[in-house]
Ligand binder design. Structure first.
Ligand code: EPU
Length: 417
């Protein structure tokens, strides 16, 4: 298993180009199952979750080719299987996104139940209830969800709780249903709007994406399209924290500051100096940081996917900060590793109390999930001495060329094979 060796204390300076959003690219790839036509997806992040999705789609019978850069061509003229097997779903929960498209176009889908993961139980009951509302018969047995339907029928679906991939799955299914569907209490994340844009380019009739009520007028068939994936707001936020906690002057290019307003506001409250351009940002570090409480929230609130990185930053802020995780029940696994580096953190249920500023020192730490890994890398950038981050396959799932990017502006970071 690869590890990252990071020597802290370097001054970071330079530009970094933000990649396409993993969480937009994953549903966009699944959308290829909705049509015989070819999808050309640009600005794709070449991260491991994308390669896992390629494997899954190929197993289903789709053709998926990457051009060696950041463009993917996907075509599912016909499919060979309706099943997303356990070994793929267990490595990537977003595999569940094939359920809606397979069911809508082929009337049948069988997907392994994802089960819990390092950040929480993460059931998919709301996806299932939605498919039932659209007229599917759904059975859960032998560890699999099996859904069948003739043509899906439009319905009014009210989500009891906001779910990002649930909204995406139902939006894709409803796009090919007969008649009109409404998704009420839909997720507002930019990734939802990006998927709706793609589906509309494919001939879908979706309005209201980006608001809590999405209306979908079902169509008989969809066609191919070309689409460019939006910038990754979590990668952007991670680099903003990298700049804020170290002696830095970083320029983030090809990003969308308007997708990060909740995060930018909080980082500024904590003392970060951030300038926003139309599609770029500059962050300057070296100022004294101050503690600022945060509660994670669905978009446009402070993203749960930025909580771990923010915790690393709060270890370097003066005072006590209270970090409340309201989306996932077990997303503090990074705290104990940060403590091994010298952080002063107490976990109390869904709240973490961070007392700063702590002197961090290098240690061998273990990454437990994608964003936890990022927080350990950030802490390592300011720790004295050498930190080795183990199990960075988590990091490779969602950050494109992270060590190359960090090294390009001066971080001392090396991958140990
Ligand atoms: N939930 C249910 N039932 C459901 C679906 C969700 O109870 O049927 C609960 C979840 O357990 C959780 C909450 O609702 O407590 C929100 O979960 P959501 O469904 O929104 O999460 P997700 O769609 O599985 C996506 C991102 C995550 C991100 C969350 C929250 C993708 C592929 N994944 O997950 O990204 O944390 O939304 O914003 O889009 C990451 O990139 O590191 C990551 C984990």
């Amino acid at each position: 298993m690869d590890k990252l060796k990071i020597t802290g204390g370097a001054r970071l300076n330079g530009p970094v180009r933000i990649s396409g959003a993993k969480n937009s690219a994953l549903p966009a790839m699944a959308a290829c199952l909705l049509t015989e036509g070819e999808l050309i997806l640009e600005n794709m992040p070449m991260v491991n979750d994308i390669l896992t999705t390629r494997r899954l789609l190929r197993e289903l019978g789709a053709e998926v080719e990457f051009d060696g850069g950041n463009t993917a061509r996907l075509k599912a003229t016909r499919i060979a299987s309706h099943e997303a097997p356990y070994d793929l779903v267990k490595t990537m929960r977003a595999s569940v996104l094939v359920l809606g498209p397979l069911l809508a176009r082929f009337g049948k889908a069988r997907v392994s139940l994802p089960g819990g993961c390092a950040i929480g139980a993460r059931p998919i009951d709301l996806h299932i209830k939605g498919f039932e509302k659209l007229g599917a018969t759904v059975n859960t047995e032998y560890g699999y969800v099996e859904a069948v339907a003739n043509r899906l029928k439009g319905a009014n679906i009210v989500f009891e709780k906001i779910t990002v991939t649930g909204t995406e799955n139902l939006m894709m299914a409803a796009a090919l249903a007969e008649g009109q569907s409404t998704l009420v209490n839909a997720a507002l994340e930019p990734e939802i709007s990006d998927l709706a844009d793609l589906l509309n380019k494919m001939g879908a009739k979706i309005s209201g994406a980006g608001t809590s009520v999405i209306t979908i007028e079902g169509v008989e068939t969809l066609h191919g399209a070309t689409h460019s994936i939006i910038p990754d707001r979590i990668e952007t936020g991670t680099f903003l924290v990298a700049g804020a906690i170290s002696e830095s002057n970083l320029e983030l290019t090809r990003c969308n500051p308007s997708h990060l307003s909740g995060v930018i506001e909080k980082l500024r409250e904590a003392g970060a100096v951030i300038e926003e351009g139309a599609d770029s940002m500059r962050v300057r570090g070296g100022n004294e940081l101050r503690s600022a409480d945060v509660i994670t929230h669905e978009y446009p609130g402070f993203a749960t996917d930025m909580q771990a990185q923010y915790m690393a930053m709060m270890t370097q802020a003066k005072g006590i900060s209270l970090i409340t995780e309201s989306i996932f029940e077990n997303r503090f696994m990074h705290a104990s590793e940060l403590m091994r580096m010298g952080a002063n953190i107490r976990i109390d249920g869904s709240r973490a109390v961070v007392a700063g500023k702590s002197r961090l020192t290098g240690a061998t730490v273990i990454a437990s999930d994608l964003r936890a890994s990022a927080s350990l890398v950030l802490a390592a950038l300011v720790a004295e001495g050498v930190t080795t981050v183990d199990r960075i396959y988590h990091l490779d799932r969602g950050y494109e060329k992270i060590e190359e990017k960090l090294r390009s502006f001066g971080a001392q970071i090396e991958r140990l094979k």
